[in-house]
Ligand binder design. Structure first.
Ligand SMILES: Nc1ncnc2c1ncn2[C@@H]1O[C@H](COP(=O)(O)OP(=O)(O)OP(=O)(O)O)[C@@H](O)[C@H]1O
Length: 118
């Protein structure tokens, strides 16, 4: 298949991003989390390393959510009916989001702790 020009590739990736924003409730919630973090970063005037850490774990959750959605869509495409193996694949993909979210909450708690309680 012929590769699309660079600007078309960007167009398709942004199309994917807007699809997630429009259709995936969990992704919308993660975007809200990003917004809250951006507000807190400016409000508490976080140090550079703290900003980098908070944004890394926040975007990490959004990336795993996007990949989880891809896996769910592939599963629904190859097996629309109930299948235990599909269930395990979807559960494990969901667990990846859970692990990334736990990390984000723990990192957030460690970083914001001193700003909130000082
Ligand atoms: N075809 C299937 N066969 C077996 N189990 C399934 C199947 N489809 C979904 N499940 C089970 O239902 C759960 C939820 O699957 P679903 O595709 O509805 O994801 P979802 O609720 O949209 O997830 P998310 O909230 O992460 O977007 C899966 O984790 C899995 O345990």
């Amino acid at each position: 298949m012929k590769k699309p020009p660079l600007h078309k590739s960007f167009y398709y990736t942004f199309k994917g991003l807007f699809w997630l924003l429009k259709n995936e409730r969990n992704f919308q919630i993660h975007c809200l989390g990003l917004l809250v973090n951006l507000i807190l970063i400016f409000y508490f005037k976080l140090q550079t390393w703290e900003i980098v850490t908070v944004l890394s774990v926040t975007f990490g959750v959004m990336i795993t959510e996007a990949l989880n959605t891809c896996i769910e869509k592939i599963c629904d495409f190859i097996e629309p009916n109930f299948d235990k193996r599909i269930g395990v694949i979807k559960d494990v993909a969901g667990a990846a989001v859970l692990i990334a979210s736990i990390l984000a909450v723990v990192v957030g708690a460690i970083i914001y702790w001193k700003y909130i309680f000082s």
